[in-house]
Structures are given as C-alpha cells and as structure tokens.
Design a protein around this ligand. Structure first.
Ligand code: GDP
Ligand code: MG
Length: 175
C-alpha cells in the first residue's frame, strides 16, 4: 500500500472465490450501485477503482476482479502481489463454493503478505430459502482462521457498503 498524499492511501484489493458466487456483482454494487440478474460470468473489465473518504483518511481502492481465471481454481501470484486486502466470496446456496472458499483462504494465506486484511464473505444472503451453508459455519471458520466475516447480498445491497467501509477503516487505522 502506497501513501500518495497526506492522508490518502492507495490499496490493492483482490476478490477471490468460485465462479458464480457474485464477486463481480459485489464490485458493481459497490462501485456503481447496480445489480443484474444476468451478470455475465466473464467480463472484459476486471479492474475498478473507487475512492472512499473517511474521517481518518481517503482510501483509493484498486479493485482486482477476476475475468474468468477462477474457473481453473488457481490464480497467478501477481494477482495477490502487493494486495492490502482480499475478499474471499462464497455463495450461501452452494456448499461446494464454501469448501472452495476455504481453499482460496489457504492459498492466499500461503502466498500473500502477512499483514493482508482478509474478509470471508457469504454472498446471496437474500436466497435464504435455498441456503446450504449456515451462518454459524462461515462465522466459525472465519474466527478460527483469523478472518473477518460478513453475510452480504449484491442483490439487496445488504452489507455491501459496510464490507468496503470496514476494510477502508482498517487500512486507515493500520497506517
Ligand atoms: P462471479 O462469477 O463470482 O463474478 O459472479 P457474478 O457476479 O457474475 O454472479 C453470478 C450470478 O449470481 C449472476 O447471475 C448474479 O446476478 C447472481 N448474483 C450475484 N450476487 C447475488 C446475490 O447477492 N443474490 C442473488 N440472488 N444473486 C446474485
Ligand atoms: Mg466475475
């Protein structure tokens, strides 16, 4: 993370998780305030910037979303390199995506910088009737592995701004 001005922090933030868990949708909800049921699974633009102004600092996020590489269940190390924060996403309606999220967590913990802020995010919380992964399961795993945890919905916007604000706040406090 580079300090670009008096109280401006620039932070690389990466999103990880299986295809279809809603990574792109979370970013688009945060950056554009939009949601689409027909979000293309691979999109051309995989890089977004967003500035959050807090009382402590201004945080400029460079957000790296994957453009389909996640289907191979491995990402190039350059994807994580220099990341200040990582969001690992699973879908509450898919136990497979939760199992895979744990693999992403381990991969990041192996490769990334130890001061990296990592969030485990249980997305699609609006699909309660199709839930396969209990809230406590996610919460417990996160706790045991030193991660922060939130349930979100890119569709209803539940906890989406909170997620990014929380990361920004922690980055601002760390610096
Ligand atoms: P990605 O492959 O991880 O980037 O996932 P996408 O953002 O492309 O989303 C995959 C599908 O899930 C799309 O059809 C989205 O509309 C849908 N989706 C994403 N987030 C949510 C959510 O919070 N709730 C619901 N109901 N659908 C979602
Ligand atoms: Mg995507």
């Amino acid at each position: 993370m580079a300090r670009t001005g008096n109280k401006t922090l620039q932070a690389k933030l990466v999103l990880l998780g299986d295809m279809g868990t809603g990574k792109t949708s979370l970013v688009l909800r945060f950056v554009k305030g939009q949601f689409s049921e027909y979000q293309e699974s691979t999109i051309g633009a995989a890089f977004f910037t967003q500035v959050l102004s807090l009382t402590e600092a201004t945080v400029k996020f460079d957000i790296w979303d994957t453009a389909g590489q996640e289907r191979y269940h491995s990402l190039a190390p350059m994807y994580y390199r220099g990341a200040a924060a990582a969001i690992v996403v699973y879908d509450i309606t898919s136990m497979d995506s939760f199992v895979r999220a744990k693999k992403w967590v381990r991969e990041v913990q192996r490769q990334a910088n130890p001061s990296l802020i990592m969030f485990l995010v249980a997305n699609k919380a609006d699909l309660e009737d199709q839930r396969r992964v209990g809230n406590e399961e996610g919460e417990e795993y996160a706790k045991e592995n030193g991660l922060s945890f939130l349930e979100t919905s890119a569709k209803t916007a539940q906890n989406v701004n909170e997620l990014f604000y929380e990361i920004a706040q922690r980055l601002a406090k760390a610096k």
